[in-house]
Design a protein around this ligand. Structure first.
Ligand SMILES: [Zn+2]
Ligand SMILES: [Zn+2]
Length: 228
């Protein structure tokens, strides 16, 4: 039987394919699992598979090490694996559960110099607003991440690899997935526009989230937190 192109390490699935190593740092919901204050069977479970951190992926090739999104769990995710090299950050969209760990990129920029970050213009604008202390300082003061924020709307080169932004629908919002070689990562995806399908032909690995076919009502059908 052929060796599967994946291994498990400390609960994270690592895919090794196409001279690329993929570490799923988090695959949870926007509040993470277990949810604060929830005592449902899943949140109370001792099964480590029910510990689901906020969504993020680490991609390592022979030339570049990057992370897709910096969720609030970013520090713990990077410690847990552990990951000592980071060349770039790709952002899928502006939501808090995908960006609010950005400050901890400081450790990498202190060691390596400014880290290149890539985002769609709308996401970049929100990052500049939410992290004004980083971007208004212009990489000039200590104690903050040193970042170079690039706005993207088409394929670009990163350390000799072509990165293809793939527009997706996330509810009514347009966000980005990414294609790198024959691998694509589409998170928070509720729909793929026809024009994006052309960007996804011939994939070997497609990572796409799947919650349910029917739209879920708000608030979510999760037991409300009990009083502490
Ligand atoms: Zn729960
Ligand atoms: Zn989102």
């Amino acid at each position: 039987m052929p060796t599967p192109p994946w291994v498990r390490l400390k609960g994270c699935v690592i895919l090794t394919a196409m001279s690329m190593e993929l570490t799923f740092l988090g695959t949870g919901t926007s509040v993470g699992i277990p949810m604060i204050g929830c005592h449902c069977p899943v949140c109370s479970s001792a099964n480590p598979r029910n510990i689901r951190r906020r969504t993020s992926l680490y991609v390592k090739t022979e030339k570049v090490a990057l992370v897709i999104d910096t969720p609030p769990d970013f520090r713990q995710q990077m410690l847990r694996n552990p990951i000592s090299t980071l060349d770039a950050v790709l952002f899928t969209h502006k939501h808090a559960d995908h960006v609010h760990g950005l400050d901890d990129v400081r450790v990498y920029s202190d060691a390596q110099g400014p880290i290149d970050c890539y985002a769609a213009p709308e996401t970049a604008a929100k990052l500049r607003m939410s992290f004004s202390y980083i971007f208004e300082a212009g990489n000039r003061i200590d104690g903050i991440p040193k970042l170079l924020l690039h706005e993207i709307d088409s394929p670009f080169q990163l350390f000799g690899r072509t990165i293809v932004p793939v527009p997706l629908m996330h509810g009514k919002e347009r966000i980005l997935g990414y294609r790198i070689g024959n691998f694509a990562y589409l998170t928070d995806c509720s729909g793929v526009p026809d024009e994006s399908l052309d960007l996804l032909g011939g994939l070997e690995i497609l990572v796409i989230d799947g919650l349910r076919f029917r739209p879920h009502p708000h608030p979510r059908p999760h037991p409300p937190p009990r009083r502490f």
